[in-house]
Design a protein around this ligand. Structure first.
Ligand code: FDA
Length: 302
């Protein structure tokens, strides 16, 4: 019951104003977000790097309708790549990009042009780029942009959501050699016409999609914290070399498991940073009602 409300709140400007104006929120946000600026992100990456974990960096922001803001997001990624190269973190690192933050909803090819510049700069320092997947209305556009980017940057990856009914069909075009696909369950509130509604159906669809990816020639990225999914992924990957797939988890979630899996497997942590943390944070609350209790307790414990 709570999850749909929280996901609706994630898109509400009024709720955004309310939640972000409370200074106490910060302490809880810190669990999921590496910092409001690049310095915070670099600090978190330093610790993960020392522990042998790989990273994908997300400069937080989404749904922009403002050209200047879209350009500022592009610039934030360019700044990130320079800093990664300077600190020696670039090789093998990845950047996660939301096309809606680059101007996907604006007319013309702004998001594609920004994404091209991001991919070009990432490639020049030895990093890769993965396109996050947002709500179902953006999937066609995201896959179209992915196809265009992959002409020049064949290593660009994409997140695919098992909750969407269309996913099995989409995967047919995404299992070729070199294709990097991050399989996730899906974090957005979607109608039954396009998405499975029960956890059981979403999990089953995840396993079907995982089997397709593991049997394909691409590079599967298992984006889940679910112990059952991880067990199944390990058994499906048994015939593959450990360098041909990886596990991915979000910053601050199941950190002990991240370290356990990194012994013997490639494990990448998704590290979000930036001032625009509201939407990301609300989706994390929606995934686990216990997080909301923790969040509300931070108000009453003072
Ligand atoms: P599930 O929700 O069943 O959780 C399994 C267990 O994991 C829980 O029992 C709990 O222990 C732990 N857990 C999960 N979420 C938690 C939380 N918020 N706080 C504390 N514990 C938690 N989605 C999307 O739509 N587009 C995208 O591009 C991405 N990108 C992405 C990248 C990476 C690296 C990951 C890991 C996930 C995403 N997601 C995403 C989010 C994804 O769709 C999904 O919402 C979450 O991963 C939660 O689903 P799980 O597979 O972890 O399973």
């Amino acid at each position: 019951m709570l999850s749909p409300l929280l996901l609706a709140a994630a898109r509400s400007r009024r709720m955004r104003g309310l939640v972000t104006s409370v200074p106490l929120t910060r302490g809880v946000v810190d669990r999921f977000v590496a910092g409001e600026d690049l310095g915070g992100a670099l600090h978190a990456v330093g610790e993960l790097d020392a522990a042998g974990l790989r990273v994908t960096l997300d400069h937080l922001g989404e749904d922009t309708r403002d050209r200047a803001q879209a350009t500022a997001t592009r610039d934030a990624y360019l700044e990130l790549f320079t800093a990664f190269a300077d600190h020696g973190y670039a090789n093998g690192a990845d950047a996660s990009v939301k096309l809606s933050a680059l101007g996907q909803a604006l007319p013309g090819d702004l998001a594609l042009d920004h994404a091209r510049e991001i991919c070009s700069a990432a490639g020049s320092v030895g990093m890769t780029v993965t396109l996050d997947m947002e709500d179902h209305t953006t999937v066609d556009s995201t896959l179209e942009i992915l196809g265009k980017l992959r002409v020049d940057f064949p290593w660009v990856g994409v997140a695919i959501q098992s909750m969407l009914r269309r996913t099995e069909g989409d995967l047919k075009d995404l299992v070729g050699e070199g294709s990097r696909v991050r399989l996730v369950k899906g974090a957005y509130a979607e109608p039954a016409s396009v998405a499975f509604q029960s956890k059981r159906d979403v999990d089953r669809a995840y396993v079907r999609a995982l089997r397709t990816l593991m049997n394909g020639d691409g590079y599967p990225m298992v984006g889940s914290h679910d112990p059952r999914i991880i067990e199944i992924a390990l058994s499906l990957a048994a015939g593959r070399s450990p360098s041909t797939y990886e596990f991915q988890m979000l910053y601050g979630i199941r950190t002990a498991e991240q370290r356990r899996l990194s012994e013997g497997h490639q494990m990448r942590v998704y590290v979000p940073y930036g001032a625009d943390w509201y939407g990301y944070f609300m989706r994390r609350l929606a995934e686990r009602p216990a997080n909301l209790v923790f969040f509300l307790r931070s108000f009453t414990s003072r």
